[in-house]
Design a protein around this ligand. Structure first.
Ligand code: PRX
Length: 641
């Protein structure tokens, strides 16, 4: 496969950028020509960021296609026997698996027929809660084959979180595994689903894949085994499954993500624009060359897994590594062993993983053969200079460019980044916008700052094909969250600096959203979960710098009565409550019991002060004279944990 839209020089980058601003429709339609359409589009772009019913964003209106034909069928003649997915299991002793494009195509068709037999049709929502096994990718693609909308839930979320997501999307079918292997642990996925389904009478079918042989309860009439259903399709003969004709703007998936208020919202991505955007960014950012082995360590429960383990690489005909385990099992050399074993050329991972491996020392990396590596990527949070340098020196052996890719669940694909081998990486900077992306930096009065060297809030002033179209079931919420702060602009929720050459440095969230080990968690969500505990009166959650996780979760909690004697037990109970309500990933790292919280006269918690205390900036908490209860600040400082 060749990529006529691949940018290979600085001049070409500049030209492409210019073209994308001056003639965005021409720019994107030329790229869209490289995909397989059942019917071409009538209009490239229709958009409105403000006004009634906004945002309205339609790319390739009138176009008809199926994304799986682009990810699978069209490669069969040329790449049929080439690996599409190489899967490395949690336990290195277990044999890895390779699925060629032909095999993956066949498995997706078979499983799409399984879904059909179980009543799933175009437009239905299917909830997927599985470990990182190849069948997860197969399930996702099988939904897309039928035009069903998948909603993948990360394995670290609780039964309650699953129930919330199933109810929000009205899913009638759930796909899961008996369990998942994670390091030396087994996570009982089916049991968690069972707990969730107590609250979800609308779910008619649960399809269960065998992975861990964890005992499960199979409910008659509702639960079926993946393997049995496959057999049924196979004994019926031809397992082929024609790809449903979909509209360019039909939803492809829902992915829930946290914001500063309320429950997580379902970000909706639509088919054509998303497909084109993730493929275009994949090929360019990593400078992918046909035949190379590309390894993105992300879980499919997050957007990075959707865009850069499955859709982007497969639409580009690439070989995508899928990894079931964790970076430190059986030891902190696991990534490097995989790189060596499969001769990985491109590695895309998160700063938190790099920091945790750094902490284990050089012994696990220094003697590994990493000579196959050519390009390194980073995603999910700002990468600190120390981690950047370690990645560059010891993993890339000072030979491999690091692309620090800034983007979000809502953007569908990478937005601001260096382009490997083309533009210059700068430690701690995401650097430049990709062609097609028009960032704007806003001042505190809501105006765009036109000076090059500046800082402010990061917005986008023009649509791109991969952007979210709505939040599931609540378009107004989409408008309010992303398009109301700066009318006419998409607001990312991030702050940034821009240097005199136009390079962007992302400084982190400016709203009440935390980034813990690259996982996005709303402080309000964690507070709501803590407040569910019977002894808790009120709580306030803020982030603080954490060596490995980037940000840690610090909770200030007011409890009923006196807990001097059993603080530890209460803390454990609170952690258990958060695990139950959201999932283990949202457990606070520190809990401090307090008698009161600093509040304004109108009763608003002054998080700014709490943040300073959590960060250890005791002498610099700012003005406290406007507080209702200034005395409480000293008290809280004294009790800092
Ligand atoms: O704050 C930014 C941070 O992660 C947020 C998006 O999180 P999520 O939607 O979960 O997507 C993560 C994977 C794309 C952003 O608002 N972020 C992501 N990448 C970077 C980053 N911050 C700095 N540098 C990055 N490269």
């Amino acid at each position: 496969m060749s990529y006529p839209y691949q940018i290979t020089s600085k001049e070409a980058y500049q030209q492409a950028y210019k073209k994308s601003v001056e003639d965005p429709e021409g720019f994107w339609s030329a790229i869209a020509e490289n995909f397989q359409w059942k019917k071409k589009w009538d209009k490239v772009l229709e958009w409105r960021f403000k006004g009634d019913g906004a945002p309205v964003v339609k790319w390739f209106r009138g176009g008809k296609l199926n994304i799986t034909e682009n990810c699978l069928d069209r490669h069969l003649n040329t790449l049929g026997n080439k690996p599409a997915i190489i899967w490395e299991p949690n336990d290195p002793e277990e044999h890895y698996r390779v699925l060629t494009y032909k095999q993956l195509h066949q498995k997706v068709c078979t499983f799409a027929n399984v879904l059909k037999n179980n009543g799933v049709k175009k437009g239905d929502r299917v909830c997927i809660y599985m470990g990182m096994v190849p069948e997860l990718a197969i399930a996702v693609l099988a939904c897309a084959r039928l035009g069903a909308i998948h909603s993948v839930i990360f394995g670290g979320f609780s039964a309650q979180s699953i129930a919330d997501r199933i109810q929000d999307g009205n899913a009638e079918c759930v796909i899961t595994c008996d369990g998942a292997f994670r390091g030396n642990k087994t996570v009982p996925l089916k049991a968690v689903v069972d707990d969730a389904l107590v609250q979800c009478p609308g779910v008619k079918r649960v399809i269960v894949l065998t992975r861990t042989r964890t005992p499960v309860s199979m409910i008659k009439g509702r639960d079926v085994w993946w393997e049995d259903e496959i057999k049924k399709v196979e004994t019926m003969g031809n397992p082929d499954c024609p790809a449903e004709e979909m509209d360019a703007e039909d939803p492809l998936y829902i992915l829930y993500t946290s914001g500063s208020t309320g429950k997580p919202k379902g970000v909706v991505h639509t088919i054509a624009g998303y497909m084109i955007y993730c493929t275009y960014t994949f090929v360019n950012v990593f400078n992918y060359q046909p035949g190379e082995v590309y390894f993105c360590t992300a879980d499919l429960g997050w957007v990075t897994g959707h865009s850069y383990v499955v859709y982007g690489p497969l639409a580009a005909g690439a070989t995508s590594m899928m990894f079931e385990g964790i970076p430190t099992y059986p030891d902190a050399g696991r990534f490097w062993d995989i790189v060596d074993k499969h001769k990985v050329n491109i590695l895309y991972t998160a700063p938190t993983a790099i920091r945790s491996l750094m902490a284990h020392g050089l012994d696990f990396v220094k003697d590994k053969d990493l000579s196959s590596l050519r390009v390194l990527g980073s995603v999910g949070e700002p990468i600190n200079v120390e981690a950047w340098q370690w990645y560059y020196d010891y993993v890339g052996k000072k030979r491999c460019p690091i692309v620090d890719t800034w983007w979000q669940t809502e953007t569908g694909g990478i937005m601001i980044t260096a382009i490997a081998t083309v533009t210059e990486p700068i430690p701690a900077y995401a650097t430049l916008p990709l062609p097609g992306i028009q960032p704007a930096v806003m001042d505190e009065h809501g105006h765009e700052i036109t000076d090059m060297e500046t800082s402010g809030n990061l917005c986008m002033k023009f649509p791109w094909p991969g952007m979210l179209r709505t939040t599931w079931g609540d378009h107004e919420r989409c408008f309010k969250t992303y398009f109301s702060a700066y009318p006419g602009y998409y607001f990312s929720g991030d702050g940034c600096l821009r240097d005199k050459n136009g390079n962007y440095r992302i400084t982190g969230r400016v709203d009440d959203v935390l980034n813990v080990s690259g996982h996005r968690i709303g402080t309000a969500e964690v507070e709501n979960a803590i407040n569910m505990h019977v002894n808790v009166v009120e709580s306030a959650v803020v982030g603080y710098p954490h060596d490995i996780k980037g940000q840690g979760i610090y909770a200030f909690v007011i409890t009923e009565g006196n807990h001097d004697n059993n603080d530890d037990l209460t803390k454990k109970d609170i952690l258990e409550t958060v695990s139950r309500i959201i999932g283990p990933i949202a457990k606070p790292d520190k809990i401090q019991f307090v008698k009161g919280l600093p509040k304004t006269r109108s009763g608003k918690i002054m998080r700014r002060i709490l943040r300073k205390i959590a960060e250890g900036e005791m002498h610099n908490v700012g003005d406290i004279t406007t507080l209702l209860n200034p005395d409480i600040v000293e008290d809280i400082k004294k009790g800092k944990v």
